[in-house]
Design a protein around this ligand. Structure first.
Ligand code: DGY
Length: 436
């Protein structure tokens, strides 16, 4: 059974690998290279085809801008089956954007640092992998310099995102209150996602108006970070995004120590780390909810919802052990009932929860992977094991889908895996979870 799943996962990944040296998340729906997908995909490849893992990261970093920024989508081709494509995003408006690739002018969670560390751990030939890491690690470091230098206007060690697509949790109910502060025009455009996937599983047209409007505002300022920080109606400190950055800081420090001779960079990383973890714990924890939450920097107020992002700080060793206990209690009480697979992407006890719709409730394998290692960090081994077994069970139940209904008995007669099928990171991270 396990062997069969492994084989299928490898088939999915290999089929999504493109001649240009990158891997699409899913045929049709996502025909380019996405930043955080790419990182998770490289972890999967590292288990059976190290060269592809390296190629994946190399091609992502090849699209880095001169200011260290790494875009959320690299448009390797002119594929018009996706909207909004390169002509809408117009990354060339930014004077330091890549001259080699067109891309978006927004980013995605900074996973690349800890991905390099995972690749090193998995690799059998450590020397060979270290040579690769030596060649690429400074670009990831430069990406962190970009974040702390341009996305942290109050010098808190907490960076902001200016678009919901930067969070990775695209249409989370967490953003609903921000949408209600905006009134974008009604755009006329042809949706492409809903030609690949049932509209009931995707964001609404009105949500897309907000997404497009935020891009138009950023374009008006030629993607200038300072202007965006001043004027974007969406400006959020996201716990998942910052936890990924902190985890990647830690990974870069460890890798630089292994490489040797990078004391200056280790010192800088360590200073960021101390400040980030401290302010993360004071600013982004909500005692009443017993969970980490988002902070709306534009409207200067916390956004008080529990989502799977709330638990991601476990992965980056952010809470102290007592707080970790509180966090896991919240997770089990709200998300962990026997009738559910762990872990829904949004609070199942909240009225905004929707078990079928993109980031408004379904289980995502990448978040489960983050939670699995996070729970293990704090020795919640039994719950970690449940997250792992639930992930395997969902893929066995439905296939390698993009997201899954968390309900064990959904009352549906059809399959309850949603979004893109043969989805790369579901396959890649399953390979990692199956390794022992
Ligand atoms: C989409 O098109 O929904 C993507 O996830 C944006 O990153």
């Amino acid at each position: 059974m396990k062997e069969n799943l492994r084989k299928r996962a490898i088939e999915v990944l290999d089929a999504n690998f493109q001649e240009g040296g990158f891997t699409i998340p899913s045929k049709g729906l996502y025909p380019f290279q996405w930043k955080w997908d790419s990182g998770f995909i490289a972890i999967g490849f590292a288990h059976y085809d190290v060269e592809k893992a390296k190629t994946e990261i190399h091609s992502l970093l090849d699209a880095q801008w001169e200011n260290g920024f790494i875009p959320h989508i690299v448009f390797h081709s002119d594929n018009d089956s996706y909207f909004p494509g390169p002509d809408f995003h117009q990354s060339e408006l930014h004077p330091l954007s890549s001259k080699k690739y067109r891309s978006t002018g927004m980013t995605q969670p900074p996973v690349t640092g800890f991905v390099l560390q995972e690749m090193y751990r998995i690799a059998e030939d450590k020397e060979d992998m270290l040579a690769f890491i030596k060649e690429h690690i400074d670009r990831v470091y430069d990406n962190h310099v970009y974040f702390y230098g341009n996305r942290d206007p109050y010098n808190e060690g907490l960076v902001y995102i200016y678009h919901n697509w930067e969070s990775g949790t695209d249409n989370s109910p967490v953003w609903d209150d921000i949408w209600s502060t905006m009134n974008p025009p009604e755009y006329t455009f042809e949706r492409r996602d809903t030609t690949h996937v049932d509209a009931s599983q995707r964001p609404t047209k009105r949500e897309y108006d907000h997404y497009l409007y935020l891009i138009d505002i950023a374009k008006e300022y030629n993607y200038d970070d300072a202007r965006i920080a001043e004027l974007s109606p969406f400006l959020v400190q996201d716990p998942l995004f910052n936890a990924m950055l902190i985890k990647s800081n830690e990974a870069l420090m460890e890798l630089y120590r292994i490489i040797g001779g990078n004391e200056d960079k280790i010192k800088v990383l360590n200073l960021w780390q101390i400040k980030s973890i401290e302010n993360f714990n004071t600013k982004l924890f909500d005692d009443e909810l017993g969970a980490y939450i988002h902070f709306d920097l534009r409207n200067n107020k916390p956004i008080r919802f529990v989502s799977s992002s709330s638990f991601s700080p476990l992965f980056a060793n952010i809470p102290d052990p007592e707080r970790a206990v509180i966090l896991v209690k919240t997770m089990m009480e709200r998300f962990g009932g026997d009738d559910k697979y762990l872990c829904a992407s949004f609070d199942p006890t909240n009225e905004r929860f929707n078990p079928k719709k993109y980031w408004r409730g379904p289980v995502w394998i990448n978040m489960n992977w983050v939670l699995y290692y996070g729970l293990k960090n704090y020795r919640f081994n039994e719950i970690a094991e449940r997250v792992k077994q639930d992930s395997i069970a969902l893929i066995e139940r439905d296939g390698f889908f993009e997201y899954f209904d968390c309900r064990k008995d959904s009352g549906e007669s059809q399959r309850t895996g949603y979004g893109g099928n043969n989805f790369s990171w579901s396959a890649a991270l399953l390979l990692d979870l199956l390794k022992d």
